[in-house]
Design a protein around this ligand. Structure first.
Ligand code: AVJ
Ligand code: FE
Length: 430
């Protein structure tokens, strides 16, 4: 039990170090809004502290509210992101003081709590997992905000393995049932439960995410100008917004560059494409004679172990994602080159399924059969329906604590500021 508590304490410290590193900047950068799509950075910072107060201190431990008067400011449902600059949110010094005060009490709660008790919030440290994953997700959002701001500063240049490991273009996943989702991973979200048998026909899925070189071939083949490849909504979006390339790409007389955290550099042809919308991913797949994988196809190819007949936590098994297995945890501020992680392959031989880029799937975000919201409807359930597409796998900016083969992310099909790419699939010929 103390092992779990120590692990929780370590993870709490690590994620807070991360949030503080991302907000170690002048007040102007933190309080200004850099895009109507995003909150001011200091809003995210105090929001994660407020969430921690709500869930660990008040809900799980029954502690009297510390600052109930600020709850409304940090309620994501009360004020849409575009309107958050006008909120009377805490200024940076006060925000840091507030979240530090909350955190001190959270560590006291951790010391005393019975993680084997009857409360489902306490069991296996669920509520701590909830706030750790929540903060990591906001940290990734903060990185997207920083990228949109165009400000230099937060580029990390950690070394990633070289790409180029060979292999087939596609891997085959034979027909048959697999268990989708989980009943057993203790920190899994409600939307990953319950585990459900899903019987899929056989299919092929790309071994690797689609790279910049392949994506550029689509562009040069007139992919953005040919409505045959686009859904009607996608075509309308492309026309209205005048989209001709991934977000952050610019071209000067033939060579494509990208702006990455304030640096302009040639688009690296061997990296997975990122900053494309679902509409672009879907159009590319049709141009390539393929389609996007369904969410079930994606998860089976990533996590199912056909021999053991169970899901793995990561594509390669249960081992933590070391530097030779996946590009997670913001080691460097970009995806790794294609073929950089042969040791991280799934049972079916698919590579780079976790880390590098989130991957669009063809599926809308719905609850699995038997879904029950826990611990609150506003995490998942209110987003179910035909508005959000599911993203899988996690990007270079995602932390291993918030990545697993069953983890589900979702966003509007027009969104491109997130660290998102895709891979293609196709049905077996019959
Ligand atoms: C799961 C990434 C879509 O950022 O809106 C953060 C995560 N939920 N605070 C989001 C989340 C509440 C969520 N995503
Ligand atoms: Fe949140």
């Amino acid at each position: 039990m103390n092992d779990i508590k120590e692990r929780i304490a370590r993870e709490l410290i690590a994620v807070r170090d991360r949030s503080l590193a991302y907000t170690d900047a002048d007040d102007d950068l933190l309080v200004n809004q850099h895009s109507p799509l995003m909150s001011p950075l200091v809003w995210d910072l105090a929001h994660v502290g407020n969430y921690e107060e709500l869930w660990v201190l008040r809900a799980a431990a029954g502690i009297t509210p510390l600052r109930p008067e600020i709850d409304d400011i940090y309620d994501a449902f009360k004020t849409p992101r575009k309107d958050r600059p006008s909120l009377p949110f805490l200024r940076p010094a006060e925000a840091r003081g507030y979240i530090e005060g909350v955190r001190g009490r959270v560590l006291d709660v951790l010391d005393e709590v019975d993680l084997e008790g009857p409360s489902p919030l306490h069991r296996d440290g669920f509520v701590f997992g909830l706030v750790i994953q929540h903060e990591h997700q906001h940290d990734e959002t903060m990185l997207a905000t920083l990228q949109l701001s165009g400000q230099p500063g937060l580029v990390r240049d950690g070394e990633l393995p070289p790409g180029g490991a060979g292999g087939p273009e596609e891997v085959h996943v034979p027909a048959g049932p697999f268990l989708m989702g989980t009943d057993t991973l203790p920190w899994a979200y409600d939307n990953e439960r319950p585990a459900t048998w899903v019987d899929l026909p056989g299919y092929w899925i790309d071994r690797l995410p689609v790279g910049n070189r392949a994506y550029l071939a689509f562009m040069e083949d007139g992919g953005y100008d040919d409505p045959r490849w686009w859904t009607p909504e996608g075509w309308q979006w492309r026309q209205r917004r005048g989209i001709t390339a991934p977000l952050f790409w610019t071209s000067d007389g033939g060579t494509w560059h990208r702006t990455r955290f304030g640096r302009v550099e040639p688009v690296p042809m061997d990296e997975p494409v990122q900053h494309v919308s679902w509409y672009e991913a879907d159009a590319y797949a049709r141009w390539a004679g393929k389609r996007l994988p369904t969410e079930a196809e994606w998860e089976k190819a990533c996590g199912w172990d056909p021999e053991a007949r169970r899901s793995r936590r990561y594509p390669w098994g249960e081992a933590d994602p070391g530097p030779s297995l996946a590009n997670l945890g913001h080691r460097a501020s970009h995806p790794a080159p294609l073929g950089a992680y042969p040791a991280g392959a799934s049972a079916y031989g698919a590579e780079q399924m976790v880390g590098d880029v989130w991957e669009w799937t063809s599926s809308w975000f719905h609850g699995y059969p038997g879904f029950r919201s826990f611990p609150y409807k506003e995490y998942s359930e209110v987003f179910f329906g035909e508005e959000y597409r599911v993203l899988r796998g996690g990007s270079w900016a995602a932390d291993p604590a918030a990545v697993r083969t069953t983890f589900r992310n979702w966003d509007y099909p027009i969104r491109r500021q997130i660290f998102t790419g895709f891979r293609c699939a196709r049905s077996e010929l019959v």
